[in-house]
Design a protein around this ligand. Sequence first.
Ligand code: PHE
Length: 326
Amino acid sequence: MKEEIKSVQLQLEEDLQSVADEKALKELRIRFLGRKGLITNLFRKLGEVPKEERPLFGKMLNELRQRAEDAISEKRSRFGEKAPTDWIDLTLPGRKPIVARKHPLTQVREEIKQIFAQMGFSVAEGPEVETDYYNFEALNIPKLHPARDMQDTLYISEELVLRTHTSPVQIRTMEKQKPPIRIIAPGRVYRRDTPDASHSPFFHQVEGLCVDKNISLGDLKAVLSVFAQKMFGQDARVRFRPSFFPFTEPSAEMDLWWQTPKGGEWLEIMGCGMVHPNVLEGVGIDSRVYSGYAFGMGIDRIAMLKFGITDIRLLYDNDMRFLQQF
Ligand code: PHE
C-alpha cells in the first residue's frame, strides 16, 4: 500500500509539471480525483489493509488528496490570470466612445463669421484686458460721462478694465489700417452683472466695422438684413429702432421678429449706427472724406434664440448632459 501511495504521489508531481492549460488540468483532476481516479481508488483499497495500519495510510492518503486539490486550484487560478478571455462577458453591450462636438457658442460664432466672410469682412481681434482709453475714451465716452453707466465695469486698475464690449477693436483696427476697412471682431466681454437666467458677468459679442468712401445708413441696413436672413432664415423680419451710443451717430437697435405659436415679439438683437465723426477723427481718419457703420451683437443671445435655451448660465456650466444636445 505504501509503495502504491508513493508511486501515485510521484506520478501526480510529474503530471502537474506538464499541465499547460485548463483542459489538461481538468483531465489531470479526473485522472487522480475522479470517481475512478488513482487517489480515489487508493481510498477504496484502504478497506483491505489491516486495521492497525489504516490510520497511517489514511493519513498519507488524506495528505496526498489535499496536495492534489491544492496544486490543482493553484494552477487553475494561474491559468485564469493568463487567459482573461475566459471571463470577459462578450454579451455585454459595448462602451461607446464620446464623440466630441462644438459648444453651441462656437457653432454660432463660426456661422456668424462665415456669413460676414461671404460679404467681404475679415476677422480682427483685440485683448480682453483693455485700457480705459480703448474701451471708453477713444469711443467718445470721456471719464465721468454718464454714458459709462450703461456698462458696469470690472476695473483691474485706474487705467485697465476687462473690456465691456468688443468696440475697442474698432479703434485698434483703424489705428493700424487705413480705409477701406471691413472687419468683424468676435470675442469675450465682461460686465459687473449678477448672474441670473439672462445675465452673466462674461458673455460674447461680435463687433462689425466698415469704413470707406460713400458708406451710408442704407449699407448698414442692407448688410444687417442679409445677415438676419442667413442666420434665421429667408423669412426673417428685422426693424431698426432709434437708440443712443456715444460712438455712433445716428444710432439704432436692430430688432428681430420672433414668431411663437401664441403670437410673437420684437427681440433686440444688436446695437449699430454710423461711426461718430469724433471717433474717426480720433484715429486720424478724415470724416469729411470717409464714413462708416459699426454694429455689435451678443453671440450668447443669438445662440439662445437659435437653440431655444432659456438660461444663459447653461452655456457656462459645462454640463455634458446639456452640451450633448447640440
Ligand atoms: N458696443 C455696444 C454694446 O456693447 C454695441 C454697439 C457696437 C453699438 C457698435 C453700436 C456700434 O452695447
